[in-house]
Write a protein that binds this ligand. Structure first.
Ligand code: ZN
Length: 326
């Protein structure tokens, strides 16, 4: 049974279950948009006790969340903000969301209170249905969490909307280039990567980009494979067909695309982030799209730069164009 067939079957089983919408509500007169992992969809995978056969178990789900929270709570605290991650295991949705606000009940269920959004509270919700997708892995789930954290602190380009969230492609880039690296840096990635069935082209690219540093190359491989698992889930949800490291998206965005790129384009972004040698200590910036990123002039080779399928290369020459597009 393919992943798609299985999802469709599970959705059919869940047909009677009430849909739980990902949040997008108004606060007072101010619209609040949640940044989702994928466009809203009607797929559901309920927790029916069979999830241990595929996807990520409840225990692993909790472990992944704890690992990311332990690393990023202090980062947000140093910015004067509070990171609040909710792992909604019982929720059958295949999505995750990032949004600011003090009170999620007020924000999400009652349509907001009288005040403005309190930007000191930075929220991430991740739904159990996503963890139960048959293609999902624990590392893929960490990439999801990192993507949502990236909406809060991933730098330019930002999407137009009610709050200055990093756009979809940039949140993916942040996830692979900064967050995965920061969360996994103290783990034995050499052992973990050696157990993975990795495409030789990825191993070679990671070794070359990280100048044969075995630990960095292993982290690059592990991040790339997390990206592949997630891209397979995204492709299944979006109906994008096969994705792989040998079939990069050759399209060139006429303008930087703030929306969700196609699954192959997102995989290319995860690989680029994994290959980028700029340290995770060097933050991506809301002042310059170049800071903390791999850019053509600085890259030792062509690896690690944000792919043109969503990031318009004009920004390298004329970053002032940002004001026009955003
Ligand atoms: Zn997103």
């Amino acid at each position: 049974m393919t992943g798609k067939t299985l999802v469709v079957a599970l959705v059919a089983l869940a047909a009677g279950a009430q849909a739980v919408a990902a949040p997008s509500r108004a606060i007072g007169h101010k619209a609040l948009d949640a940044c989702d992992l994928v466009p809203r969809n009607n797929l559901r995978i309920p927790d029916d006790g069979r999830s241990t056969r595929s996807g990520v178990s409840r225990a692993r789900f909790a472990q992944v969340l704890s690992a990311a929270i332990a690393v990023y709570e202090p980062v947000f605290r140093s910015r004067g903000e509070k990171l609040i991650v909710r792992g909604l295991w019982g929720n059958p949705d295949l999505n995750a969301s990032a949004y600011p606000g003090r009170d999620p009940i007020e924000v999400l269920e009652r349509g907001g209170g009288s005040g403005e959004v309190d930007m000191r509270f930075r929220r991430v919700d991740i739904y159990g249905g996503l963890a139960r997708h048959p293609e999902m892995t624990a590392d893929g789930l960490l990439m999801v969490l990192c993507h949502e954290i990236g909406h809060h602190i991933g730098g330019l380009p930002v999407a137009g909307g009610s709050w200055s969230a990093s756009n979809e492609g940039q949140s993916d880039y942040f996830a692979a280039a900064k967050c995965m690296r920061k969360v996994l840096e103290k783990v034995d990635n050499v052992a973990a990567a050696s157990r993975m069935p990795v495409d030789a082209s990825v191993r070679n690219k990671c070794m070359a980009a990280h100048q044969r540093d075995a630990k960095e190359a292993a982290l690059c491989v592990r991040t790339s494979m997390a990206g592949l698992a997630l891209a397979k889930v995204l492709s299944d949800l979006g109906g994008d067909g096969r994705v792989g490291f040998r079939t990069p998206d050759r399209s060139v965005a006429a303008q930087t695309d703030n929306a969700h790129p196609a699954a192959q384009c997102r995989l290319d972004t995860y690989l680029a982030g994994a290959l980028c040698r700029v340290s995770h200590e060097s933050d991506l910036s809301f002042e310059s799209p170049l800071k903390g990123a791999c850019v053509p002039e600085r890259a030792t080779n062509s690896s690690g730069i944000r792919p043109a399928c969503w990031f318009n290369p004009k920004f390298y020459e004329r970053p002032e164009l940002l004001t026009r597009f955003f």
